[in-house]
Ligand binder design. Structure first.
Ligand SMILES: Cc1cc2nc3c(=O)[nH]c(=O)nc-3n(C[C@H](O)[C@H](O)[C@H](O)COP(=O)(O)OP(=O)(O)OC[C@H]3O[C@@H](n4cnc5c(N)ncnc54)[C@H](O)[C@@H]3O)c2cc1C
Length: 358
């Protein structure tokens, strides 16, 4: 929680100088930065290892969606709140039967006067237990799935997480942290005035939201390079023998090359955007490359740092307070979050390589 407060203070400082969301319109506190400027800004922030922002969900995904789809009243109510890190926001899409197949979602919202009444369950919702607000996808046409039209009849609602009938239950993750939640709705009432976009237009709103998620990866190659440099430097004192091991040396060189290659892949996607071409298939390739590299780096770290790298937080001699051990466990998520590896590979096989189907 200390780090969350540090992030909140940092985001507020950025916001004072209009640096919190530079790609946003000027009237909503941004600088209308171009894509190139935004990429440079992300890279420089990563290079200086800035604390990170309080609410990535809000700034990268939900805020831009409210600016695009929201009414004037909704923008006034929520956009400054997101920009200034006043409240935490979560994104509630996934359900037990709707993950990769998101359109299979079944949480219902039934209109009752000026409210929708919600019933159902979400799962894996990051930081829902500390969020005041959330962007949720719900089903307003309960027959659409049976009709074979599951993308139809989904609606986006902004939910006050403190309202009656909403219960968050945290799920402990592999690293021992409790940031995930199951969210249960039992006759929870959400004002119709909190609907984002038209009733039934939730799929369009959601696709825009997930698109914004991809923009946030620009500085990753830079921060991964800094991680690689940091672990090699630390190994000089914590486990110097490892640096003489030819197998480890080769892995360091290979990882370094992979990081450079990932940076070039991002630049190719950027240059396609600048030429007005679709940045395809670089986006799913970059997602695959990111998850592969994040896990490769974390595995390299624990081998490179030896016993000190394996020590968890609080353990004697834990390297960097146990952060490498945590990463080793936590980075497994990168092949699941933002589109699973298998699904990304299917998309590439189908649409980029056009492999024949049986
Ligand atoms: C760290 C983290 C944070 C998250 N935060 C949020 C959040 O804030 N809000 C939110 O709504 N969700 C969140 N999620 C959930 C995430 O979006 C889902 O986990 C993801 O969409 C996968 O869905 P699932 O877990 O139901 O797995 P499934 O879709 O059930 O997949 C299970 C396995 O089957 C494979 N599979 C599925 N379909 C196919 C197919 N057609 N072909 C081949 N293989 C397939 C998958 O690749 C996977 O290996 C988060 C997940 C993680 C890991």
């Amino acid at each position: 929680m200390k780090s969350m407060e540090r992030r909140r203070a940092w985001q507020r400082l950025l916001n004072e100088g209009r640096w919190a969301a530079i790609n946003w319109p000027r009237e909503w506190g941004g600088r209308e930065a171009t894509v190139t400027q935004n990429v440079i800004y992300s890279e420089e922030s990563a290079r200086y290892r800035t604390p990170g922002i309080y609410n990535a969900n809000g700034l990268w995904q939900i805020g831009p969606m409210i600016i695009r789809w929201g009414t004037d009243e909704q923008k006034d109510l929520w956009v400054p709140n997101i920009l200034n890190a006043d409240d935490h926001w979560c994104q509630g899409f996934t359900e037990p039967e709707a993950g990769s197949d998101l359109a299979n979602l079944r949480t219902t919202a039934v209109r009752d006067g000026d409210d929708y009444v919600l019933n159902g369950q979400k799962i894996w919702i990051s930081s829902a237990h500390i969020a005041k607000w959330g962007l949720f996808l719900v089903r307003t046409d309960p027959d659409a799935i049976a009709r074979g039209e599951k993308h139809v009849g989904i609606t986006a609602l902004i939910v006050d997480m403190e309202a009656d009938g909403i219960e968050c239950r945290t799920v402990r993750d592999i690293a021992g942290e409790e940031m995930f939640n199951e969210v249960f709705f039992t006759d929870a009432r959400v004002p119709v005035a909190y609907r984002l976009g038209d009733e039934g237009a939730g799929w369009q709103v959601a696709m825009g939201t997930l698109g914004h998620e991809r923009v946030g990866t620009a500085g990753l190659a830079i921060s991964m390079r800094a991680d690689l440099d940091a672990m090699v430097n630390l190994a000089r004192s914590a486990n110097p023998d490892a640096l003489r091991d030819p197998g480890i040396r080769e892995r360091i060189a290979r990882t370094h090359t992979d990081i450079e290659y990932t940076k070039l892949l991002n630049y190719r996607a950027l240059s396609k955007i600048l030429k007005g071409e679709p940045n395809w298939p670089e986006v799913p390739l970059a997602k695959l490359q990111w998850s592969h590299l994040a896990q490769t780096l974390a595995e390299l770290a624990v081998d490179l740092l030896g016993p000190a790298g394996m020590m968890a937080k609080g353990g004697p001699d834990a390297a960097d307070g146990g952060s490498w051990n945590r990463l080793y466990l936590y980075q497994r998520y990168t092949s699941i979050g933002a589109g699973t590896t298998e699904v990304q590979k299917n998309i590439l096989a189908d649409k980029a390589i056009r492999l024949p189907k049986k």
